[in-house]
Design a protein around this ligand. Structure first.
Ligand SMILES: NC(=O)c1ccc[n+]([C@@H]2O[C@H](COP(=O)([O-])OP(=O)(O)OC[C@H]3O[C@@H](n4cnc5c(N)ncnc54)[C@H](O)[C@@H]3O)[C@@H](O)[C@H]2O)c1
Length: 409
């Protein structure tokens, strides 16, 4: 049995990785590290297993003999936690983003390389059947030479990005890093012979601001500060639902660290966007554009991938098929996609965990590595700089992605 430690016992650490590892017969979660002991206790109850708890990551690494750790603490802590695990000689799976800056990713990769350790990154979308099918079609030449990729992402969970730590640039690296790194990774993966070179992005907050409050306010009754205490919690169509707060974030855990997940998304101190568009140029004459919209009543990613011999169109959420429209000829080809396995993110999460465990057992590289982590963060960081500084940003300002060490793991 492989022994796995989880750093950051929150929704992703326990609700995804904890459950998936616990459900396997070749690995077990033996330790948790999280500053919040009440949350770790709730986590162990949720997983129905005994495990050791540490409020210090370093203490866990010193005392446990772990085969690997999964890092699911907030984004701004990834670098420090990954470097600690590497210092103690443990392989890491860091949930996306690898770090909040390309420089942070570079430090992790260089440290792991020196110790010959694996760095896997939580790019679960690479395991989504519809996106794997598109990858096969591109690689098999079905649309000729790739020219242009477009993804329009709609997320009806945008409130979660505005009501907790994700809302702050200093904690998440901004949403082009925190959320966009998933999507930039898919662009990089599909366009595997290219390296991203420059990014232009525009973004802003149009709806989730005080002027956007969608109900009448009584001047004697202020709005907020958190949905569960707000006088308008019934009237507000965007109130964070009670259920979204979850059992790991109950009163006992809040008492320890004051971490609430339902800050008013109209009034909070957020400095990340609620919509935007980013355009990426690659060194192989390929371009990609990505729209992020957190103001909508549905969740989907809708893709158009254009080559000089045809166009692929697909949706992530209705993944029964992918449409291939050849450049010449009137007939579209409908290509069926196998049903997704059970599990989070359209069955992608179990695939990610399976590859990490396989990587620990065999030493074969994981499906997404440090190289992929830094490439996607570099694009996200460039997009953040671009919209904040109103300019096009060269990736070379942030990292030399062609440096052999940054491509080696
Ligand atoms: N791959 C995906 O699809 C996906 C989806 C959601 C979140 N994520 C990523 O997973 C990570 C966790 O997100 P979440 O939504 O589970 O957050 P969360 O807020 O639910 O949980 C974070 C946990 O980390 C703990 N923590 C805080 N500081 C810490 C530190 N210095 N060391 C260790 N633990 C610390 C908190 O107490 C909390 O229990 C983030 O990096 C996020 O970007 C990935």
């Amino acid at each position: 049995m492989l022994k796995i430690g989880i750093i950051g016992a929150g929704s992703r650490g326990i609700g995804c990785f904890g459950k998936l590892v616990t459900g396997r017969d070749d690995a077990e979660v033996t330790a948790l590290a999280d500053p919040n002991s009440a949350r770790m206790e709730a986590a162990a109850r949720m997983l129905g297993r005994k495990m050791n708890f540490y409020t210090s990551v370093e203490e866990m690494l010193k005392n446990e003999h772990l085969d690997g750790v999964v890092i699911t603490s907030p984004d701004y802590t990834h670098q420090e936690n990954a470097l600690l695990a590497i210092k103690y000689g443990v392989h890491v799976l860091v949930d996306k983003p690898l770090a909040t800056t390309a420089a942070g990713c570079e430090r992790i990769i260089r440290a792991a390389r020196k110790k010959n350790l694996e760095v896997s990154v939580g790019f679960n979308l690479r395991h989504a059947p519809v996106l794997m099918k598109i990858k096969d079609l591109i690689d098999s030449g079905a649309i000729g030479n790739l020219m242009l990729i477009e993804n329009r992402e709609f997320y009806d969970g945008g409130r979660t990005y505005m009501s907790r730590w994700n809302r702050k640039y200093e904690w998440s690296g901004g949403l082009w890093v925190h959320k966009g790194s998933h999507d930039f990774d898919i662009f990089n993966w599909w366009n595997s012979s290219g390296t991203p070179v420059r990014v232009s992005a525009f973004a802003g907050v149009n709806a989730l601001r005080p002027e956007g409050i969608p109900f009448d306010i009584d001047k004697d009754k202020p709005v907020g500060p958190i949905c569960s205490q707000c006088a308008y919690k019934k009237a507000c169509p965007d109130a964070v639902p009670e259920a979204a707060r979850g059992s790991l974030f109950g009163a006992e855990a809040v008492e320890v660290d004051g971490y609430v997940r339902d800050k008013c998304l109209f009034l909070s101190d957020k400095d990340t966007h609620d919509n935007g568009v980013a355009i990426v140029e690659y060194d192989n004459n390929v371009r990609a554009s990505h729209i992020e919209c957190f103001i909508c009543n549905f969740t989907d990613r809708r893709y158009t991938i254009i080559g000089d011999r045809g166009i692929i169109t697909a949706s992530l959420e209705t993944p029964k098929s992918v449409t291939l429209s050849p450049r010449w000829g009137d007939e579209d080809h409908i290509i069926h996609v196998p049903p997704a396995p059970e599990g989070g993110h359209g069955g992608a999460d179990p695939g990610l965990v399976a590859r990490f465990i396989e990587c620990l057992k065999t030493g074969n590289l994981s499906s997404s590595t440090g190289r992929d982590g830094i490439r996607s963060v570099a694009v996200g960081e460039a997009a953040e700089k671009s919209w904040r500084e109103h300019r096009m940003v060269e990736i070379s300002e942030l990292a030399d992605l062609n440096d052999p060490v940054l491509q080696s793991i």
